[in-house]
Design a protein around this ligand. Sequence first.
Ligand code: ATP
Length: 507
Amino acid sequence: MPNDDLFKKVIAHAKEYGFIFQSSEVYDGLSAVYDYGQNGAELKNNIKDYWWKSMVQYHENIVGIDAAIFMHPAVWKASGHVDAFNDPLIDNKDSKKRYRADVLVEDHCAKIEGKIEKEVKKAAKRFGDKFDEKQFITTNPRVVGYNEKIGEIKDSLYKAMDNEDLPAIKQLIEDLEIVCPISGTRNWTDVRQFNLMFATQLGSTAEGASTIYLRPETAQGIFVNYLNVQKTSRMKLPFGIAQIGKAFRNEIVARQFIFRMREFEQMEMQFFVRPGTEKEWFEYWKEERMKWHFNMGIPGDQYRLYEHEKLAHYANAAFDVEFNFPIGFKELEGIHSRTNFDLSAHQEHSGRKIQYFDPETKESYVPFVVETSIGLDRTFLAVLSYAYQEEKLEDGSERTVMRIPPFLAPIKVAVFPLVNKDGLPDKSKEIMDTLKYDFMCHYEEKDSIGKRYRRHDAIGTPYCITVDHQTLEDNTVTIRERDSMKQDRVAIDQIPEVVKEKLRMPR
Ligand code: ATP
């Protein structure tokens, strides 16, 4: 269920503590574009590092590349983006708000799903331990009716989308009596197609300039480099190419903070396999990717897996990893079996042979591809919104703590002198100097120790070290752990050992 209150708090917290700022805020901001602040940039880099290490370093058969954002315009013709990377848009004439027509219909379905959820909860309460949810869903007439209705609506929507039948989408919105959430009216314009790619001009003179696009996905940079990488790395199938980079989409509706941005980052991996083995690899990557998510320490009930009913024309299986964002369960990652669609299209459009000679079968073929595609910013939002907690403490006070998985935390260790005199700042800086080459550290001497703890709770620092007068006598400090708030006295030379274990990246 969406939690607007939590969402507002997370957004405000992200700004107040230097995680995320609206782009160009001094000029009142640029819609759906965001900047990462001092703590946000660290957290984002740590997520990237976790993904890169898990995919590239820990898999001997995956290599990473960094392709340019600008690509030859023919790439986007071949990939289908010029002709088909469209969303159907619709405006409400009263509120003047613009919507994605398919999302209006899907939100309507989500409301019916909400009704099903309510029925299930009511019945679970009524039947107690004897409740069989599966049986209830398949036999309760009201729930069966709701599910049939959702099925009918989605069938009509997907059919209309496949046929690019825009009047049929409009008709569906009218038949379902969908109203604008702002004006509450049904005064809609016609549905129009809108291409999501940003175009710009390459070249200095108007005559010589050609239209190029900011890439709407990173995947094509991998496909067009398939031959280069395969040849220079001498990789044998199956092998993967991974990439992290910016992508740009002129999203119609972008009012969901960093969930839907116009400039964002993707972490994608294309895994090239022998045709006929793609289903096996699809299953393998489903499992691998879920392990990656669960290893972060976020509980499994925050994730939901969604098998696509409507497949893109090039895909033979597709599956979304959805996360329980404050705006509800929404797509975080896509795992797709893309057949040989992209490589074949580039082979055809470029006139180059893009094939693999299989030394085992002695055949040449265009490899099939299983891709994993995750949004870096959406992963950031997942971590941030899950981590945000307001806690009542035993002494009656409150704290806001970001329970960010320790290995991802922006600052790993904060070092405080208890007081700002008696040589404690010098001793603290000495300790900083021994730790800072291995851990991201932060030194603070302003305000009371309590306030400094709260500040670091709010950015998710797993360990705070306090240097006091005893330190000068016996070279020990107190280490305070973020989640338990437990404080232990340890010798300075033991600090790396004590903190290392919890900060280690999962494997
Ligand atoms: P959606 O249905 O939410 O628009 P999509 O299916 O178009 O997403 P893909 O093209 O599969 O998304 O892109 C792969 C991943 O990139 C998504 O799972 C998501 O995490 C991320 N992503 C896509 N569009 C955006 C965006 N506008 N802002 C932030 N992340 C995005």
